[in-house]
Design a protein around this ligand. Structure first.
Ligand code: 5AD
Length: 441
């Protein structure tokens, strides 16, 4: 089992490797000394993360070869467009044509799509997004793992179950050894190639400690590391980048400053955006997006959230439903409908068809178990599996009854691979068309 397909290096120029995957060429930044033509590597998120022995690579590739093309066939079948539907409105048809021709959609167009109700039209919307996903990302699906290292948090966000104001929650903080062990098991034991380390903000680890942890993981396990520890000063981001982190997951939550300030007492949207901009400036890959269905949020806000994600040059769009948590001030609010989130995944694909990955979040799966498949068929090309040790996972209670909360990782992997196989997707990261930091592949 494999989360990335080995590629063969064709050439290396100024640390940029051109890599061949069964005839498809991609580019990736190499931070590996002496990488040359003919070497076999794993790449993730546009970075070469590991060189592997030729015999091992050839072995893996020979088992993949047939499956790879079979999966692509199946994916193509799922992505075929049949827009000959009768009874769709002229306005809707015009917007879908525009999206498929990759002309910019206006705010009004996006608002119109967000308001769709007709199941026939929704079906076409999702199919069109899936078509664009296939066109640029082929059948690659990122499968990242997330380890939630601590549920301590200094913030008191009104929607979040691990808010410092939730006194009813037992807190945990994984030790350095526990974090390194979990990461090494994920990479060396389970073959994950990209890991997110997440905690509440100000969870009690200093930047120096986090940096040591990242260095130790990087020394023992070849993986692309994303940090997700909330807002941080530029200096700390820099320290963690030097330690080997290459990506950050930080949602801005909402692009509406007044909703932001209401829900995050004492905090400002600008400060959050500064962390994201600092991180991008330092070269981090960016995963960001917002919560959908927050009280007071309008469809215009959602469209602005999508625009802001694009403006931030996100490498991955992360949008999920707000799910009320009983231990928070928003306990009585209602979650949004699943279809609303699926529409947003499709719109994310429309506004950023080539470059960005779009993730199906666990929160969306929590609304409905079928949503992972539906999201992947509505423009998304990424999933994240929860690798937090089971004894802590239930305590990372940002919202109740999270999908996969009690599932052994082996089961999650099996189910994910079976789902991907059933829709023709390869669990890999070879689908990058434009390098996240602007390289054309
Ligand atoms: N429902 C859904 N998502 C939530 N998050 C926090 N609380 C909730 C909730 N009640 C999300 C936030 C945060 C991420 C770690 O979890 O978007 O950025």
């Amino acid at each position: 089992m494999c989360y990335a397909i080995p590629g063969r290096v064709e050439s290396v120029n100024d640390n940029i490797a051109t890599v061949d995957y069964f005839g498809q060429r991609k580019k990736a930044i190499s931070e590996i000394e002496g990488l040359t033509r003919g070497d076999y590597i794993y790449a993730q998120g546009g970075y070469v993360i590991e060189k592997i022995p030729r015999t091992e690579a050839e072995d893996i590739l020979s088992t993949w070869k047939e499956t790879f093309f079979e999966l692509q066939e199946l994916d193509l079948r799922f992505s075929r467009l049949d827009l000959g539907e009768k009874g769709i409105s002229k306005r809707f048809g015009g917007i879908i044509d525009k999206a498929l021709e990759e002309r910019d959609l206006s705010k009004e167009d996006l608002l119109y799509l967000l308001g769709l109700k007709d199941p026939k039209e929704l079906n076409i919307l999702f199919k069109a997004a899936n078509f664009l996903r296939q066109k640029y990302h082929k059948n690659a699906c990122c499968v990242h793992g997330i380890i939630e290292i601590s549920n301590y948090c200094r913030r008191s966000c009104h929607y979040c179950g691990i808010s410092s104001a939730n006194m009813g929650l037992k807190r945990y903080r994984m030790s350095r050894q526990e974090i390194v062990d979990a990461a090494c098991e994920a990479v060396n034991g389970l073959h994950f190639k990209a890991l997110v380390l997440q905690s509440g903000e100000g969870a009690g680890y200093s930047a120096a400690e986090l940096s040591e942890i990242i260095r130790e993981i990087k020394a023992k396990a070849a993986a692309l590391i994303f940090i997700s520890f909330g807002e941080m000063p530029r200096g700390d981001l820099e320290t963690l980048f030097h330690a080997g982190a290459r990506g950050i997951l930080l949602r801005f939550e909402t692009s509406n400053p007044s909703i932001y300030e209401k829900l995050h007492p004492g905090c400002r949207l600008e400060t959050r955006l500064r962390t994201l901009r600092d991180a991008a400036g330092l070269g981090y890959l960016i995963i960001t997006g917002g919560l959908i269905g927050l009280p007071g949020q309008s469809p215009e806000d959602t469209v602005n959230d999508l625009y802001l994600t694009k403006e931030l040059n996100a490498d991955m769009f992360s949008f999920g439903p707000f799910i009320p948590h009983p231990g928070t001030p928003l306990a009585r609010a209602k979650p949004p409908a699943k279809e609303d989130i699926l529409k947003i995944l499709a719109l994310a694909r429309f506004i950023e068809p080539r470059r960005a990955n779009v993730v199906v979040t666990t929160a969306l799966e929590t609304l409905d178990k079928k949503a992972r498949k539906e999201g992947l068929l509505a423009g998304a090309n990424s999933v994240m599996l929860n690798l937090t040790p089971l004894k802590y996972r239930g305590l990372y209670s940002i919202y109740p009854h999270r999908a996969h909360e009690t599932e052994e990782i082996g089961i999650q992997i099996e189910e994910t691979l079976a789902l991907l196989r059933s829709i023709g997707r390869a669990p890999s990261d070879i689908g990058i068309v434009d390098h996240p930091r602007g390289l054309k592949c």
